[in-house]
Ligand binder design. Structure first.
Ligand SMILES: Nc1ncnc2c1ncn2[C@@H]1O[C@H](COP(=O)(O)OP(=O)(O)O)[C@@H](O)[C@H]1O
Ligand SMILES: [Mg+2]
Length: 343
């Protein structure tokens, strides 16, 4: 394979599920070889659908994709040999032991004899599962299961590893351990990792480049620092005591926007109770902002100043707050009666 070609390239992927659910509405992704790429988005954004198409488990309605230089539709077998997949829900057999799971997976990929035993021992060791290797997987903790899932995905030394929500459902301690694990993998020679997550912090921490996905397409892409750096100044979040109607919002946008050093005012919820302001110096602008609200007769329940976060990046590009998009995604999943979308 030409090492300069992208490890993953998706162009204008579109996918609609029965019932007129648009999962992907023109997904574009390019992942350079040897990098960790994060697909970040709320529940229902289309992350798992993208992974399923790239790993040949689903077909797009239209669009093209290559993985490790192979076309996913024309050469799915070649793609499968080149990739490792850790799906959102575990693929390990719960009544088999960790070692048995790994040996079976290795045999499926054509390993045998001493080579197979060596590879299995190496992975058990590397993922701190050697002591538990002879125990049934159903007795493993969530973190151990997830480490086994990743080990299973690596048995045949893939070029590209897909991790779909590797830490969803893990407790904070196991999540931190998994982050260390992924960071270590990323240091492995040549391995390309595409991970999906709905945790802003996880993408920020692990991925060299991030594509923020909303409603089936990428709304913005870049390095975590680059994306945050695009937002000038500080983020000020104001929570109002009462909802403000449409007319009031327009007035407030005018008066808050007139405060020196302020360059953006956004109502970021449907109820009109939360306002996001961008200012060169958040602390300096705060008294004038509070004064303007007081003169307008609007009570303030809470006010915070922070450096821009990925949450602010999301708000800027998707037009709503990340937590709201998450809640909306959860609603639509429930309405669609979908199961297994999130764990
Ligand atoms: N098998 C399916 N049948 C119908 N709708 C689906 C199916 N899988 C996913 N969807 C819908 O497609 C959208 C994207 O889902 P998904 O790719 O799982 O998002 P994410 O992984 O980002 O949470 C959601 O609205 C979801 O309800
Ligand atoms: Mg998913």
């Amino acid at each position: 394979m030409n090492t300069r070609a992208p490890a993953v390239e998706a162009r204008q992927l579109i996918k609609t599920y029965p019932g007129d659910v648009t999962a992907l509405s023109g997904m574009d992704i390019t992942v350079e070889p040897g990098t960790v790429f994060g697909l970040l988005g709320p529940n229902g954004a289309g992350k798992s659908t993208t992974v399923k198409i790239l790993t040949t488990l689903a077909r797009p309605d239209s669009g093209t994709a290559t993985v490790a230089g192979h076309d996913v539709l024309r050469h799915p077998d070649r793609v499968r040999r080149a990739i490792g997949v850790v799906a959102q829900s575990s693929g390990a057999d719960p009544v088999a032991t960790g070692r048995e799971n790994l040996r079976l997976q290795g045999r499926l990929h054509g390993l045998k004899g001493a080579g197979l035993s060596r590879r299995v021992a190496e992975l058990l060791d590397r993922f701190k599962l050697a002591d538990a290797a002879g125990r049934q997987v159903k007795g493993y903790s969530g973190g151990m299961r997830r480490r086994l899932d990743v080990a299973l995905g690596l048995v045949h030394r893939p070029e590209v590893l897909f991790l779909d929500e590797p830490t969803t459902g893990l407790d904070p301690e196991a999540r931190t351990a998994m982050w260390d694990e992924i960071a270590r993998l990323a240091g492995d020679e040549g391995l390309t990792i595409l991970l999906t997550t709905h945790y802003l912090e996880e993408a920020d921490r692990l991925a060299e480049r991030i594509a923020i996905v909303d409603r089936g397409r990428v709304v913005v892409e870049g390095t975590p620092d680059g994306l945050k750096g695009e937002l000038r100044g500080d983020a000020i979040h104001l929570e109002l005591r009462e909802a403000v109607g449409q007319a009031g919002r327009t007035l407030l946008k005018g008066s808050l926007g007139g405060v020196p050093g302020v360059h953006e005012v956004l109502f970021d919820d449907a109820q009109g109770r939360r306002v996001s302001v961008r200012a060169d110096d958040g602390a300096a602008a705060m008294p004038a902002l509070l004064g303007a609200l007081e003169r307008a007769g609007v009570g303030v329940a809470a006010a915070t100043v922070a450096r821009p976060s990925l949450d602010d990046v999301y708000l800027r590009h998707a037009g709503r707050r990340y937590s709201e998009a998450e809640a909306e995604g959860a609603d639509s999943l429930a309405l669609a009666g979908a199961t297994g979308g999130t764990r």
